[in-house]
Design a protein around this ligand. Structure first.
Ligand code: SF4
Ligand code: SF4
Length: 847
């Protein structure tokens, strides 16, 4: 491992920007850097984003103000898009983009080839949760890693202390319930992909909880997977001490008021912390952050797992500030017992915690107390609220919660902070030299070290009276109102008493400031290597081909009983063991081997600090191979003595190999075999086999798509009062839990050995009808994955697929048989071919 970096003294504040108004808001509110997407390849496809043509103007605007610009190119990239991505990289490099935030590992490697001077940051979509993951990223040439949001401050500190790259963390905004980069719910239910910027927000939908087959009463909780939002203003000092290099605010879909308020809050917090002062939010500061957007603000996972807090479950939408509770209704007025501020003109919403009903609310027309109309904001006691005649109040009930979800006066106040010209100014220094018979010379220097010198057109003459002095010069030079500068130190070196007219000084100041701005926006970077795409691709070494054999079916079992059932089938020669707990794993591996089959132990999907040595445990299990599901585990195992121990390494879908560059990269790291990501449909999988030796790829042809993989434990949240495995009573060990969506389908939840929950799609997806085309494309290994399948169903399931692979059953017939054979039927799921290559604008199902 390389030595840890020397950390920058002051961390960067990185603001989200979805368009020009947000960009101006971020600049004036104190952002050190902003991030944004272009019209494609951005994880926020619904954001306005910028066009590639706008990029030079965006970067000039930012650099003129001393603000860095990072472009989010943070989606997985299909093979047929690589050429277009290269065009974007070229445009970014030419425009002087300060860093590109990338998810796709193959694209990182390609960028290092063509644009070595363009810094790359590893997106949170890479699901990096450990120092080992950071080391892997460093090896790829990544300069900064945006860590997953599911880490505590203590864990972040451990990672930052051992990481060879800079660490960036999210401090504010929406939380995904799933680890970013590991959510396949949009793939399962909408033919869309969160890894392609097309999240369908399935975690914001209501679910029922079925415990051991019975509907569980959850009180007012209906949105069991919808986390509240993150706010870490008061944790800023600790995060700085932990070694965080950059604080990131989520919210590229949010408006400029949100950007301004959140950026200003963290600017203040960082400045206070750097000055050694504590950071505490006043109630009004907290209200402002709640008001601009919040589903409820919590510290997320920063204080460790807080299962009772992260998901409240009452609503998935913006709430704002809690006003109080409805205590009465009369003649079109609503009586509210206040616990927060309200005034005329506020937007309010009545929250009845009923998932199936649209929420009621509107703009407050009048606020009354004891028949007196109140013109000022009030926040205590009981008041009557009236609304316009068009506002529906008939569904409101006593006991409903009331939120102020809109405060137009606050919005106007926030806009005034950035809409009326330059607010934020950078201090520059000036030095002036002059002598009789020579022009006056002015040099300006900014904080970043840019300098610009201008000479006056006027030639200095000896002063007859009132010679030019420092006070007169300062008076002329500090008129920098139309620039982003303010004058700091002024150094004057005049050889003798001089006369220079004020008009010449003004002209000199204007030209020097313009020259300094030009210096700041100039791009000093080698052009991108202009090689033919084929040359670029060959720069990434292809793996040696392995001779293809007959098609083979493998099976992933999640219980010892399923393992025993799979062994009973004579044609299953390799069995994956993905047990929820390590108890019994070694014994089952021994059982598999004693039966003359190969055993593959499946490693966890997330590797965190304090779990680093788990790879040694897996190496010692006696398995023939280990299935790797995270980049940290890949780093640990690929650099281990696995080969000397005779243990092969396989890579799983969660490494997100989407194109042949990424597949070759992972296969080149010592993996014998790799399962491509679930973001590829059946046709794309066939196309991938034309570019990568297909005998080294494995297709998962039957499984329940793992739609969410989450740090949030649903068992602990809703079946205990605990916040972690220490105090939850371990309900996961005693109960079978399903989540039922609005369509009634029941999705099984499993907890793994790290207490992370996986929600599996109710209906299994199958590629049975596509097996012929996969075999024709060269694929030789196909995997069936079980979840809670009964042991007696295992052999018949295996037979259906083997019959197709042996040409004993037509694929279409096998599909029909499976539909009848399995209780939930089957679906094509993520293999269905109905996706656009890239869809820029996709309507959201929920907000
Ligand atoms: S569905 Fe939810 S968890 Fe999944 S990517 Fe979208 S917001 Fe994140
Ligand atoms: S022990 Fe079980 S219920 Fe408790 S936090 Fe861990 S996974 Fe959840």
């Amino acid at each position: 491992m390389r030595a840890p970096l020397t950390r920058p003294l002051k961390p960067e504040l990185l603001a989200p920007v979805g368009g020009w108004p947000q960009l101006r808001a971020a600049i004036e509110s104190g952002a050190d850097a902003v991030y944004f997407g272009l019209t494609d390849f951005s994880a926020r496809a619904r954001a306005t984003n910028f066009t590639p043509e706008e990029l030079p103007e965006v970067m000039k605007t930012l650099h003129a103000r001393g603000v860095k610009g990072f472009v989010a190119l943070n989606t997985l990239i299909f093979d047929d898009e690589i050429s277009a991505v290269l065009d974007r990289v070229r445009a970014m490099s030419d425009a002087g983009v300060d860093a590109v935030i990338v998810q796709d590992a193959g694209i990182v490697r390609l960028m290092r080839e063509v644009a070595p001077e363009l810094p790359v940051h590893g997106s949170t979509q890479m699901t990096i949760t450990s120092a080992e993951g950071c080391t892997w990223a460093a090896g790829l040439g990544i300069e900064r890693v945006v860590l997953a949001r599911e880490l505590s401050i203590a864990e972040i500190k451990e990672i930052a202390g051992a990481s060879p790259v800079e660490i960036e963390v999210f401090v504010h905004g929406a939380l995904c319930v799933s680890y970013s980069g590991q959510c396949f719910s949009s793939e399962a239910w909408g033919g869309r992909s969160a890894n392609r910027g097309q999240c369908a927000q399935a975690c914001r939908l209501p679910y029922d909880m079925i415990v051991d087959g019975t509907l569980h009463d959850l009180g007012d909780a209906k949105y069991l997977l919808s986390p509240q939002d993150l706010m870490a203003v008061e944790q800023v000092p600790e995060l700085i001490a932990a070694g965080v290099a950059c604080f990131k605010i989520e919210g590229r879909l949010k408006g400029p008021e949100y950007v301004a308020a959140t950026t200003a809050a963290y600017r203040r917090a960082i400045d206070l912390a750097m000055a050694g002062q504590s950071v505490r939010l006043s109630q009004s500061e907290r209200h402002e952050l709640e008001q601009v957007f919040s589903r409820g603000l919590t510290s997320g996972f920063l204080e460790g797992t807080q299962h009772q807090i992260v998901v409240a479950g009452r609503s998935p939408r913006h709430r704002g500030v809690r006003l109080g509770t409805v205590t009465g209704l009369e003649h079109g007025a609503v009586k509210v017992a206040l616990q927060g501020p309200v005034k005329r003109g506020d937007g309010v919403v009545f929250d009845a915690a009923r998932a199936s009903e649209a929420e009621l609310g509107g703009k407050v027309f009048e606020v009354f107390r004891e028949r007196q109309s109140l013109t000022e904001e009030v926040s205590e006691g009981e008041v009557w609220l009236t609304f316009s005649n068009s506002t529906r109040l008939d569904g409101i009930s006593v006991g409903d919660w009331v939120w102020r979800n809109r405060d137009e006066a606050l919005d106007a106040e926030i806009r005034a902070r950035f809409e009326h010209g330059i607010v934020r100014r950078e201090t520059i220094t000036a030095s002036v030299t002059g002598a009789v018979g020579a022009p006056l010379s002015l040099t300006l220097r900014d904080e970043a070290g840019h300098t610009a010198t201008a000479q006056s057109d006027f030639v200095c003459v000896a002063a007859a009276n009132r010679p030019l002095d420092a006070a007169a010069l300062r008076s002329a030079l500090e008129r920098l109102g139309d620039t982003p500068f303010t004058l700091g130190a002024l150094e004057v070196s005049l050889a003798e008493p001089l006369f220079v007219p004020v008009s010449a000084l003004n002209d000199l100041r204007r030209r020097a400031a313009e020259a300094l701005l030009e210096q700041r926006v100039e791009v000093r970077r080698e052009p991108v290597r202009e090689l033919a795409l084929s040359d670029l691709l060959s720069a990434v070494a292809a793996p040696a081909a392995i001779e293809a054999g007959a098609p083979e079916l493998t099976l992933l079992a999640r219980t010892p009983e399923q393992v025993t059932a799979a062994i009973a089938h004579p044609d299953i020669r390799e069995i994956y063991l993905d047990f929820l707990e390590v108890r019994g794993l070694k014994e089952s591996i021994a059982e598999v081997k004693a039966a003359g089959r190969r055993a593959v132990a499946v490693t966890p999907r997330v590797l965190k600090p304090n779990e680093e040595r788990i790879h040694r445990f897996f190496l010692g299990l006696g398995a023939d191979a280990l299935l790797i599901r995270s980049l940290g585990m890949l780093q640990n195992l690929s650099t281990s003595d696995h080969a000397a121990r005779g243990v092969e390494l396989y890579g799983d879908f969660s490494l997100n190999a989407t194109n042949h560059l990424t597949a070759e990269l992972f296969l080149g790291m010592g993996l014998t075999r790799l399962a491509p990501t679930h973001d590829l449909n059946a046709e794309q999988l066939v196309a991938l086999a034309e570019q990568v030796d297909p005998s080294r790829l494995e297709l998962i042809v039957h499984h329940h798509l793992p739609i969410f993989h989450t740090e949030h434990c649903v068992f602990a949240r809703f079946l205990s009062t605990g916040n972690s495995y220490r105090d939850c009573g371990r309900p996961c060990e005693h109960h079978a839990v399903h989540l039922a969506g609005r369509d009634g389908k029941q999705h099984r939840i499993h907890a793994d050995i790290g207490c992370r929950n996986t929600v599996f799609n109710a209906q299994p997806q199958s590629g049975a009808d596509r097996l012929g085309s996969f075999v024709e494309a060269g694929y030789r290994r196909f995997r069936i994955e079980l979840v809670d399948d009964a042991p007696e169903s295992v052999v018949p399931l295996i037979d259906r697929y083997l019959e197709v692979l042996r040409n004993e059953t037509a694929p279409a017939d096998a599909w029909r048989l499976l539909q009848r054979q399995l209780p939930q039927g089957i679906t094509a799921g993520s293999l269905a071919v109905h996706k656009q290559s890239y869809t820029r604008k996709t309507p959201a199902r929920t907000q």
